[in-house]
Design a protein around this ligand. Structure first.
Ligand SMILES: CCC/C=C/C=C/C(=O)SCCNC(=O)CCNC(=O)[C@H](O)C(C)(C)COP(=O)(O)OP(=O)(O)OC[C@H]1O[C@@H](n2cnc3c(N)ncnc32)[C@H](O)[C@@H]1OP(=O)(O)O
Length: 309
């Protein structure tokens, strides 16, 4: 199945109206609409939301509007019962070249405040806003599959390390570029990358030298779990994986994401404790009974109708 075909079929859907000339419109479950200029949001199949970086003529460089649109987008996805899983990709010839360098330089030049304390305070707020741009992905209970083709630079790496699953094309490359522009990466890569790939030595090497890492190495170190020949194959693979996830119990899927992230950041005893408390209510779902019955009847979970949440 190709995403492009599915998307065309979906343009009339009520929730996501797809890309139009002035941007993409997304309405929350409550009905309010948000118009995005840096993102395209579509629903290629039942339960699946496709979010696409949508500044292809500027290499999907991330401007300030992107920061707030990401927060709006993922906050809406988090509460949208019709979304069970998200695919995140980039339009055009590459995934993203990271922060928009024009924006960055003008933002830094325009820092306001009467003295060092006030300037610093404002700068801190600016940095935490940047961090929230990617933390919203992690806070969203729906799993997010990043699908990367071509370059993924700087903030692009911040973005994908906040995703749950990463796929890429053979021509993909990754670069923790921040030291080259005179700063220590500050919106997620240094915190998340060491937890994604096991080797702290490799993380330090990548972050301190800003060297490019190509797809084969990205696969062997665990940054991505699958490499596809080209973008078309990757998007088909992402859609197939997303369908597998969307067909399963949302109680089980969302509980799995939340507990995996919790256990990444806590000790095993604390995480087991959290898990027990989590499942003391979630195990009472009808989904367990329905799934167990389907397994005994040798049916796939995909054949079981689970209600949305
Ligand atoms: C508190 C927050 C702090 C956050 C920090 C974040 C840091 C980072 O993200 S560090 C990474 C910054 N990015 C870069 O240094 C990459 C810059 N781009 C490139 O080196 C090249 O674009 C690249 C080698 C990737 C590709 O080169 P190619 O010749 O194929 O394309 P270009 O002609 O360069 O690009 C096409 C148009 O896109 C514009 N563009 C590309 N990247 C950026 C960018 N990062 N910021 C702004 N604009 C970008 C480029 O200017 C071209 O536009 P136009 O000239 O209008 O055609």
């Amino acid at each position: 199945v190709r995403l492009t075909v599915a998307r065309n079929q979906d343009l009339s859907a009520d929730l996501f109206t797809g890309v139009c000339q002035t941007g993409s419109v997304m309405s929350s479950a409550g009905g309010s609409t948000t118009r995005f200029t840096t993102l395209s949001v579509t629903r290629p199949a039942d339960g699946i939301t496709h979010v696409e970086l949508n500044r292809p003529d500027k290499s999907n460089a991330m401007i300030r509007a992107f920061w707030s649109e990401m927060v709006d987008c993922f906050n809406q996805i988090a509460v949208d019962p019709r979304c069970r899983v998200v695919i995140f990709s980039g339009a055009g010839k590459l995934f993203s070249t990271g922060i928009d360098l024009m924006d960055l330089t003008s933002d830094i030049r325009q820092l306001a405040g009467d003295d060092v304390a006030r300037v610093s305070w404002n700068l801190r707020r600016f940095i935490t806003m940047g961090q929230e741009t990617f933390s919203v992905i992690e806070k969203c209970p729906k799993p997010v599959i990043a699908a990367v083709h071509g370059a993924c630079i700087g903030e692009g790496v911040d973005l994908i390390t906040a995703c749950d699953i990463r796929l890429c094309t053979q021509d993909a490359w990754f670069q923790v570029k921040e030291v080259d522009i005179g700063l220590a990466a500050d919106v997620g890569t240094l915190q998340r990358l060491p937890r994604v790939i096991g080797s702290r030595s490799l993380v330090s090497e990548l972050a301190l030298t800003a060297r490019k890492m190509f797809s084969d190495e990205a696969k062997s170190c665990g940054l991505v779990s699958k490499v596809f020949a080209d973008k078309e194959a990757m998007m088909a693979g992402a859609l197939e994986m997303a369908s597998e996830i969307a067909g399963r119990s949302p109680v089980a899927v969302q509980g799995t994401k939340i507990n995996l992230i919790y256990s990444r950041d806590h000790s095993v005893p604390d995480s087991l404790d959290y898990m027990a408390t989590w499942n003391m209510s979630m195990l009472q779902t009808h989904d367990v009974l329905k799934s167990a019955q389907a397994a005994m009847e040798k049916k796939s979970p995909a054949d079981v109708p689970f209600s949305n949440m």
